[in-house]
Ligand binder design. Sequence first.
Ligand code: NAD
Length: 250
Amino acid sequence: MNNVVKGEAVVVTGAAQGIGYAIAQSFAAMGRRVVIADLRGSEEAACKLGHDALGFDVDVSNADQVDAMMAFAAEKTGGVSVLVNNAGIYTTLTKTPFDEITPEEWKKVFSVNVEGVWYCCRAAARYMKPAGEGNIVNIASAVVSKGTPGFLHYVASKAAVAAMTRTLARELGQYGVRVNTVSPGFTQSDGILAGGASRDQLREDIRRQRAVQRDISPDDIAGAVTFLASSDAGMLAGQNLIVDGGITMS
Ligand SMILES: NC(=O)c1ccc[n+]([C@@H]2O[C@H](COP(=O)([O-])OP(=O)(O)OC[C@H]3O[C@@H](n4cnc5c(N)ncnc54)[C@H](O)[C@@H]3O)[C@@H](O)[C@H]2O)c1
């Protein structure tokens, strides 16, 4: 983890549960100082995590709240060395034909999944650029390459995230900041498991499509994220690591 600066914050958004919490756990287990930034329950989740983790309730679609959260992280730890943009609207969405999605729902998905990423990157860059190092990992989705029907707003929002990663990597690379994407396949997160039996058939169908024919756990995604933020991935920038058990191959 040489690329991750000493005691400085590893900010993980949407980390009170699900994939984000697993990512926070992985960094904490490596001795990193994690800041859990979620809509609610952030401090409780940080307490549960232990390892001196901190929590800060924030709506990532609100730029002022994001600035305050990042300032808190930097002030408490001395800087921000890693940002994982994991918060996203997905598990609460209902499959809807593209011509029945309301403009309100479209805007809500984009405000969190796209603008939220932009606000967090902007706020983190204020600390990473002067430090001359840092890592940003954006969580997109394997649906971007699959073109999954029924989620046009979500698929478009995650395509935007993957594209933003490439531009951000070029703009921030000169400051020693690497930016990459992890695109999970269907993952058994808290939000997905809350859907219960209604998702069992989908889970089975997707499992059979994989080269590695098992469920994807949040820890599988966390492994890819911590790798990209480590010095082992020191020459990876603007890349998209698709963690879907080998449905998508390149
Ligand atoms: N689970 C999957 O199959 C899967 C697949 C591909 C990508 N993803 C992506 O992974 C990420 C995590 O998904 P998950 O399955 O763990 O979801 P989840 O629903 O279990 O957790 C999402 C977390 O994000 C938080 N969040 C939502 N809106 C927020 C906001 N405005 N500000 C701050 N926090 C907010 C929620 O409170 C929640 O704690 C999402 O970006 C999702 O799109 C998930």
